[in-house]
Design a protein around this ligand. Sequence first.
Ligand code: MTE
Ligand code: MO
Length: 407
Amino acid sequence: MITRRNLLATAGAGAALAGSGVSLHGFSQAAAQALNLPAALPDGVRANAKLEALPGKKPLIKLSYRPPNYESPIETFRTAITPNDQFFVRYHLSFIPEVDVKTWKISVGGDGANNQAELNLDALKAMPATEIVAVNQCSGNRRGLFQPHVPGVEWGYGAMGCARWKGARLKDVLDKVGLKKEAIEIVFAGTDGPAVEKTPDFVKSLPVWKAMEETTLIAYEMNGQPLPHFNGFPARLIVPGWTGTYWMKHLNAINAVTKPESNFWMSAAYRIPLGKFPVVSHFISQETAVNTPITEIMVNSLLTSHADGATVKAGSMVGGIAWDGGYGIRTVEMSSDGGKTWLPATLGEDLGRFAFRTFSMHLKGRGRQTIMARASNAIGQTQTEALIANPAGYHHNVIHKITLNVV
Ligand SMILES: Nc1nc2c(c(=O)[nH]1)N[C@H]1C(S)=C(S)[C@@H](COP(=O)(O)O)O[C@H]1N2
Ligand SMILES: [Mo]
């Protein structure tokens, strides 16, 4: 059973969120440039961000240590698959014990289930396995680029990654206990928790229909390896198409419930205003008159082949990656004249509708060129030119732009 699932004072959680920010001291232009950080990030964030390696990881851009929030440098995204040791790390709470697989298990039950079950890692691996390449993107990726700035972890471009995940279907696990027809949501918790009692434990829910999708997995492998500790060892939820907040790490409790989950992380955090974003996937049981939980990832792309301001040889290939909430990338158009004219880019290998899709084109001519990329998906959605303001700084999918000096 999930403990501490009950609603706790939201004041504590607010403090926890604010505490994950960064403090200000001397601005270091040189350090920010070496890290290839976007100029739009708040000065304090640019000054304090530095490359630092967590155990088992290559150096990532550290935004906070307690809880650990580390993003991948933009160069990481030159390929469609993000290596495990360069995959971003995001936590809400600071108590993150190393899980002992000998004693770890997932308990499955809740008042919306007919039975209870317990699954250890061997039991999970004995179930039919599915592999899927999918993007895990934090809802607040690029929050640091919002103008005006909004509070929260001031991420640049790297709070995301794409891996090949292997695991059991959540549906098969839920079938083991059987869902009552009154079951409305499935609630998830992990082994990590708050360092102070006042902060509500990180608990998230999904609507039953999303939990039962064939592509929603309990993954125990990432790119052919066990999950790194900081990415959820020994098993985590994979919710392809939906933002990272639902991808519960160190998963140890799954409860079917007959009433909407009401803890802070569902009722107050991770919400977007109604009607502002072109969302297809709705989470009806959590919707209010004004806002709704964030669900699917908005169509997006990023230029990754060269740093902004780089000098490159005429005729070079420029490109990056494109992704969306699982409808699949249909086209990426590129411009080399600041958006006056656009041409279709060449798409790279298709690793599935939930994956990063690489794209590229050859530079023509010489001189200063403003390169832009605009992805569109299979249901006709495209990236925005102007930022869609929202209080928590979610869903930044403004067209990315870099300037190159072509010689
Ligand atoms: N147990 C646990 N799972 C969690 C979180 C957390 O704080 N604790 N954060 C979520 C959020 S908001 C994101 S964006 C992803 C990040 O996954 P990563 O750290 O593997 O990159 O994990 C999700 N799962
Ligand atoms: Mo997130």
